[in-house]
Design a protein around this ligand. Structure first.
Ligand SMILES: Nc1ncnc2c1ncn2[C@@H]1O[C@H](COP(=O)(O)OP(=O)(O)OP(=O)(O)O)[C@@H](O)[C@H]1O
Ligand SMILES: [Mg+2]
Length: 310
């Protein structure tokens, strides 16, 4: 069994409902489960009928939940980067770091990194207490960006690492030719160079997240029997294939809501699919959540292996 599950899909298809119902069934089958909402517009607490915070709170026996406070993760990410910059490059103290970081707060990529570090925190500091962590995801665009971020950033860090190696080699040459050169004061050895060391540690963190998404997670897409949610599922599946994240399941939620004839797009037919009935009376609390029959979906998850498929 894999230890993480992500539910992606178009807005309103039932990502929060399905992930909560899935987590509840796993917990009631005896697993210790944490469900974490990564959606900045949280409603997991409403769906579970519990008041949630940025750290785990007990919902019922076996089930704990949290709503990631993305704003505070953005602030933490910026504060860490600021400290790092100050400790690594003393000459940057002459720049106005505060105005630089005010801009960075709203720059592309910052929110994605904040989500990544929040997931890393859950994986490294919290996951030890649970058998399974279930993630309720934000809108597709942000989800695909944070899922792709480790692979993209790793390539970028690799290039920076090569650049740093060249700088260190040049310094070594200068010191050899002219032992009196000011370059002697700088680091010439990879093992002692803090910038080189920092790049290595960023690379390891990103590789851990890439493995989490690509090899240690059950990634499902939730759809309804309509063209728009299927089109979005096709985009998601194409994008996941591009970044080497296997799609484990398709959850066809709200089945029975529409009587219109429907056939699954053949491009999605290779993915195991699970129909989840529409509850005509709506959902009011965990009793209703538990009545969505996720048995087959949970069984597929429990049978899943390290390749992300059942
Ligand atoms: N199987 C179901 N039967 C009846 N109602 C459902 C079912 N699944 C979801 N719903 C209802 O559909 C609405 C949207 O569900 P939900 O909030 O889980 O979707 P979402 O994909 O998480 O939305 P968002 O993109 O806003 O996060 C809610 O009112 C929910 O109660
Ligand atoms: Mg939701």
């Amino acid at each position: 069994m894999l230890s993480n599950a992500f539910f992606l899909g178009k807005g309103g298809v039932g990502k929060t409902t399905v992930s909560a119902s899935f987590a509840l069934r796993l917990a009631r089958s005896g697993k210790r489960v944490l469900i974490a909402s990564l959606d900045p517009a949280h409603n997991l607490g409403d769906v579970l009928g519990a008041s949630l915070a940025d750290s785990p709170r007990k919902v019922e026996e076996g089930l704990e939940a949290l709503e990631v406070d993305l704003g505070s993760w953005v602030d933490r990410y910026l504060a860490d980067s600021r400290d790092e910059l100050k400790s690594t490059y003393s000459y940057n103290l002459t720049l106005n770091l505060d105005s630089f970081f005010d801009i960075m707060k709203y720059s592309p990529g910052t929110e994605e990194y904040a989500v990544l570090w929040a997931i890393e925190h859950i994986r490294c500091d919290l996951a030890g207490d649970y058998d399974v962590v279930v993630f309720d995801t934000p809108p597709t665009a942000l989800s695909l960006r944070f899922l792709a971020m480790p692979a993209i950033s790793e390539r970028w860090v690799s290039e920076l690492t090569k650049l740093r190696e060249r700088i260190l080699e040049r310094r070594q040459t200068i010191v050899r030719i002219n032992p009196g050169s000011p370059a002697v004061a700088g680091c010439v050895d990879k093992d002692e160079d803090s910038v080189y060391g920092k790049l290595g540690s960023i690379k390891r963190r990103l590789a851990g997240l890439r493995s989490l998404f690509g090899r240690e997670s059950f990634v499902a897409v939730v759809v309804n029997k309509d063209i728009l949610s299927i089109s979005e599922a096709l985009r998601i599946s194409g994008e996941l294939a591009r970044i080497d994240i296997p799609l484990s399941a398709l959850c066809v939620n709200k089945s029975g809501l529409s009587g219109a004839p429907w056939v699954l797009d053949p491009r999605l037919a290779g993915t195991p699919s699970f129909e989840l009935d529409f509850l005509p009376g709506g959902l009011r609390g965990r009793g209703d959540l538990a009545s969505i029959d996720t048995t087959a979906l949970v069984a597929a998850f429990q049978a899943s292996d390290g390749k992300g498929t059942a």
